[in-house]
Design a binder for this molecule. Structure first.
Ligand code: AMP
Ligand code: ZN
Ligand code: ZN
Length: 321
C-alpha cells in the first residue's frame, strides 16, 4: 500500500477517499479537514478564545491537540462527574495534555461540590446519561459565559454526527434534524458551540492520536447505557464496509444541502415531542433561571430542577489546574 501523494509506504488506508497516506501526508490531510470545517462553518478565528471541553477520550484530546497545533487560543475544560476510577484516570489524562501543550485546564469539581452523577440521577429519577448530559451542557455554557470565552468546542466526530442524524431520521424527529449542525450560533444566552472534528471519522482520529502519541482513555464510560447510538454506529459501519464512502456521503451531503438551503421547510408541521435532551443541545430561552440566573426555556433551568432534588446548593465548583 503506497501513499497517494509521495508513493512511500502508507500507514493508513482511507477507503472512503479511495486513498492511502504515509504519516506526513495523513497528518496533512487531517489538518486540512479540520481547517476546512472551521472555515466552511465559520466556527471561529484566531482572535477567539476557545473553551475546549475535554473528557480524556481520544476525540476531545485530539481536538485540543490539533487546535493548539493550528495556533488557536485554547483553554481546556474538564468536568469531574465522580465516576470512580474512570473520572480519576480521565482527569489525569486531561491534566497531562494541558501540561504538554502548556495551556490551562479548568476543572469543575462537580462531584465534590454537588454530588456524584449517579446519586444525582437517582435523586432526580432520571437516567445516568441524561443527567450527565444536562450537567455537562450546563457547565460548558456557564464557564464560557462567566470567564469570557466566545466559543465552546466539543470532540464530536463524523461517526457521532452520522449516527445522530440516522437516529433522528429513523424516529422522524425533523425538528432535531433541522437543528443538527456543527455550529450552533450564540443565542438566548447560550454561547456558540462548535464541532471542528465533524469531517473526521473515529478511525482517523484514533490514527491521529496514535501518530502523535496522545495517551487517552480507551474505556467507554461505565455508566453509558446509550446503546441506540452504538447500534446506529455499528449499522453505519457495516454499510460502510460493503460500500465505502456511504457514511461520509450520508452526513456530509446533509451538511452541504443544509448550507445551500435545500432542507428548508423540512420541519414544517412536524409532529414531535419537544424534548431538548434528545437534541443534545441546551435549551436557552426567553427566561432567566430563577435559581441560578442563567438562560432557561422555563422559570427554572433543567440543571437547577434536577440538582434541586439534592440538598446542597453550591453550583459553582470550578478551580484551575
Ligand atoms: P460524550 O457526551 O461523552 O459523547 O462527549 C461528547 C463531547 O463532550 C466530548 O468529545 C467532549 O468534548 C465533551 N465531554 C464529555 N465528557 C466531558 C467531561 N467530563 N468534561 C468536559 N467535557 C466533556
Ligand atoms: Zn506521503
Ligand atoms: Zn438554573
Amino acid at each position: 500500500m503506497k501513499c497517494r501523494i509521495c508513493r512511500e509506504t502508507a500507514v493508513i488506508a482511507l477507503p472512503r477517499h479511495n486513498s492511502a497516506f504515509c504519516k506526513e501526508h495523513f497528518l496533512d490531510f487531517f489538518k486540512r479537514q479540520v481547517q476546512r470545517a472551521i472555515r466552511e462553518f465559520r466556527m471561529f478565528s484566531r482572535k477567539d478564545r476557545i473553551l475546549v471541553c475535554v473528557s480524556g477520550g481520544k476525540d476531545s484530546l485530539t481536538l485540543w491537540h490539533i487546535l493548539h497545533e493550528l495556533n488557536y487560543d485554547t483553554t481546556g475544560l474538564y468536568i469531574d462527574l465522580g465516576i470512580g476510577e474512570y473520572s480519576k484516570r480521565s482527569r489525569r489524562l486531561c491534566e497531562d495534555m494541558a501540561k504538554s501543550l502548556g495551556r490551562e485546564l479548568k476543572v469543575v469539581e462537580f462531584s465534590k461540590a454537588v454530588a456524584p452523577i449517579k446519586d444525582l440521577a437517582r435523586a432526580a429519577k432520571r437516567t445516568d446519561c441524561s443527567t450527565c448530559g444536562v450537567v455537562k451542557r450546563y457547565y460548558f455554557n456557564k464557564v464560557a459565559l462567566e470567564e469570557g470565552y466566545n466559543v465552546v468546542a466539543t470532540g464530536h466526530n463524523l461517526d457521532d454526527e452520522a449516527a445522530r442524524l440516522l437516529g433522528n431520521l429513523l424516529r422522524w424527529q425533523l425538528e432535531f434534524v433541522q437543528k443538527q449542525y456543527p455550529v450552533l450560533e450564540e443565542e438566548k444566552g447560550l454561547k456558540r458551540k462548535v464541532k471542528p472534528l465533524c469531517r473526521l471519522t473515529e478511525q482517523e482520529i484514533a490514527a491521529y492520536a496514535f501518530l502523535n502519541r496522545i495517551t487517552y482513555l480507551r474505556d467507554e464510560c461505565p455508566m453509558s447505557h446509550d446503546s441506540t447510538s452504538l447500534l446506529y454506529k455499528e449499522a453505519l459501519n457495516r454499510i460502510e464496509l460493503q460500500s465505502p464512502g456511504t457514511k461520509h456521503f450520508f452526513y456530509l451531503q446533509f451538511l452541504y444541502r443544509k448550507r445551500k438551503g435545500n432542507l428548508k421547510g423540512l420541519s414544517e408541521n412536524a409532529a414531535v415531542e419537544p424534548d431538548g435532551a434528545e437534541t443534545g443541545d441546551s435549551k436557552g430561552g426567553p427566561f432567566q433561571c430563577r435559581v441560578c440566573g442563567l438562560p432557561s426555556s422555563g422559570q427554572i433551568c433543567s440543571f437547577c430542577k434536577i440538582t434541586g432534588y439534592l440538598d446542597k446548593s453550591d453550583q459553582t465548583p470550578y478551580e484551575h489546574a
